[in-house]
Design a binder for this molecule. Structure first.
Ligand code: ADP
Ligand code: ZN
Length: 357
């Protein structure tokens, strides 16, 4: 029985026929996105950021690192089998949802799925695929993807912030990823913006993640309801407070719900404060917000900009653009492709060596 039979959400709608223009350029790569619960694989033109084919699935935490690798390889085999004869891939990029040592393509840790710690992912995949493989932390990869193909085009210094289940980030300075001494730079979700704030997953109190991530937005809404405030939210969640999501909070606010509106205002205040802190240190041209919560668009961005203006160093107030990411659902794939693009640009012969065992 194929392993992917236990996956839900493999979406044939993402598949299309290969066109002539897809194969003439010869600048194609494999792009892999390992999330905590979602896997995606794609064939991407790394020069343009055009996703030519993709396949996705959900995978259980229970299957562990080996199960996720097997599922991913099954997605990849499906894509490669449909590829026309003679198409050459430059390499493979991997966006991984956890800290990695990019220089060796080794996973350092995964908070959610067992078996990843210390796993040499680049060499494992490189052996199996016969391609050079580059591995990067997901938020870093997506930051690079936005720089090359998306909302970061034309910028040299930018901060990318993903507001998803948690909050992560990537920093580009002087056109290059800023990884830091230990590869931990850009962990913007763990900036303490309110020392008296709630407990964070990292063990500290008042981190941005504990205030403004998707899970935290839902928790703040539940807390507001528990304090007795009347709201439509509970009805939207079919009477179960545990079913409240960030998405529902934004929907209720659009419908005029005052509790939801005040939760979003408080969340946006915290995000704007965090962004002001980052900007006074890094002075980026642009701050890009991605992740599922950023799908709320201007409903989130407008109050975040307002809070930023209230808290920012005065010389920066009107100078930093705060924009939505260009790619949200495909951000990981484009980030992975951007790794290949960067490596190819560094090596004029387009022969990448990183990740070849
Ligand atoms: P993951 O953390 O698994 O990468 P996402 O980046 O999709 O997942 O983020 C999930 C979060 O985004 C959830 O909290 C969800 O409620 C929220 N979300 C999804 N769509 C929207 C939307 N349109 N508006 C606001 N929040 C949203
Ligand atoms: Zn934290």
């Amino acid at each position: 029985m194929p392993r992917l039979s236990h996956c839900i959400g493999t979406d044939p709608a993402h598949r299309k026929e290969w066109g002539v223009s897809d194969v003439t350029g010869g600048d194609l790569c494999l792009a892999l996105d390992f999330g905590g619960t979602k896997l995606a694989a794609g064939i991407v033109d790394w020069r343009s950021g055009h996703v030519i084919q993709q396949a996705r699935c959900r995978t259980g935490e229970a299957s562990g690192a080996e199960g996720q690798i097997a599922d991913m390889l099954e997605l990849v085999d499906g894509l490669l089998a449909a590829m026309p004869q003679g198409v050459r891939l430059t390499g493979a990029g991997v966006s991984f949802g956890g800290p990695v040592e990019a220089a060796t393509g080794t996973v350092l840790q995964s908070h959610h799925v067992p078996g990843w710690d210390g796993l040499p992912l680049a060499s494992r995949l490189s052996h199996r695929l016969g391609l050079p493989v580059l591995v990067e932390n997901d938020a870093n990869a997506v930051a690079l993807g936005e720089l090359l193909y998306g909302a970061g085009r034309g910028a040299v210094d930018l901060v990318y912030m993903t507001i998803s289940t948690g909050i992560g980030g990537g920093v580009i300075l002087g056109g290059e990823l800023w990884r830091g001494h230990r590869g931990l730079a850009g962990e913007v979700g763990h900036m303490v913006v309110r020392p008296d704030g709630p407990l964070c997953t990292c063990g500290n109190y008042g981190c941005l993640e504990a205030l403004a991530s998707g899970l935290s937005i839902a928790r703040r809404a539940r807390e507001a309801l528990a304090s007795g405030a009347g709201s439509e939210l509970l009805a939207l969640a079919e009477g179960d407070p545990q079913s409240i999501t960030a998405e529902l909070v934004f929907r209720a606010a659009r419908g005029g719900d005052e509790v939801a509106q005040s939760v979003i205002a408080a969340v946006a205040t915290d995000l704007g404060l965090g962004i002001a802190m980052l900007c006074s240190i890094l002075d980026p041209a642009r701050v890009i917000l991605g992740g599922g919560v950023a799908k709320a668009g201007e409903q989130l961005l407008a109050p975040v900009r307002e809070s930023f203006r209230r808290h920012a160093f005065p010389m920066l107030v009107d100078r930093v653009e705060i924009v939505r990411a260009a790619a949200i659902d495909e951000g990981g794939l484009l980030g992975a492709a951007a790794l290949v693009a960067r490596a190819a640009a560094r090596d004029r012969t387009c022969q990448m060596h990183v990740g070849i065992p």
